[in-house]
Design a protein around this ligand. Structure first.
Ligand SMILES: [Ca+2]
Ligand SMILES: [Ca+2]
Length: 205
């Protein structure tokens, strides 16, 4: 009886060892940030009816991911209620700010009636809201799933070590088009301050 018990214990240990580890890589089902919906606000402050007009600016969630086949990149993603490749009138600005190793970065892309792009990322050299160093990166507008993704080369953000934490802060802004003569005020915003949760992402590779 004792031998049977030992065999069962060994068998259970082997099974546990064979179960793949549940790595907490971010994706649409397991985002680092889950925002509320219907919360695009005038000046970022005032709620209003007619949110259906601005579904393309309404953040649903955001996450960070890595790909074992492309270890050289960090993938930063933002999901909207209804992403459009062209806006009708306003300039839509999609930003995900992030901290890693006490350095402050942001990924950004604009969409307007001419289309979207380019995908860029910036670094704040003095940890304020201004980003001094900008560079282009690859990115995608997945209209089927309403997801924007930036592919940021790790070499451009200090090659973060395994175990480094990233905190992301997604936000969107709508304003008169950059190529118009109207003032470039941020008329409507969706901010992360009312998110349901914000979790850190841990570098896996
Ligand atoms: Ca939202
Ligand atoms: Ca929000």
């Amino acid at each position: 009886m004792k031998k049977v018990f030992v065999f069962i214990c060994i068998g259970m240990l082997v099974m546990i060892a064979l179960i793949p580890m549940n790595i907490s890589a971010g994706d649409a089902e397991n985002p680092e940030v889950e925002d509320r919906i219907l919360d695009v606000k005038f000046w970022g402050l005032i709620s209003f009816p007619g949110q259906f007009l601005f579904k393309y600016a309404d953040i649903v969630s955001a996450w960070v991911n890595e790909d074992a086949d492309h270890l050289e990149y960090l993938y930063i993603s933002m999901k909207l209620r209804d992403l459009l490749d062209k806006t009708e009138n306003l300039e839509a600005i999609y930003d995900v700010g992030w901290y890693i190793n006490n350095n402050r970065y942001i990924t950004c892309v604009h969409a307007n009636p001419n289309g979207y792009g380019p995908f860029v990322f910036g670094k704040s050299e003095d940890d304020d809201d201004e980003y001094e160093s900008w560079d282009f990166c690859e990115g995608s507008f997945d209209l089927e799933n309403n997801i924007i993704t930036w592919e940021v080369p790790k070499t451009a953000v200090g090659n973060p070590e395994i175990g480094s934490k990233i905190t992301i802060h997604p936000h969107t802004h709508l304003r008169f088009r950059d190529d118009s003569d109207l003032p470039h005020w941020d008329l409507f915003k969706d901010l992360y301050h009312n998110a349901k949760f914000i979790k850190d992402y841990t570098i896996q590779y």
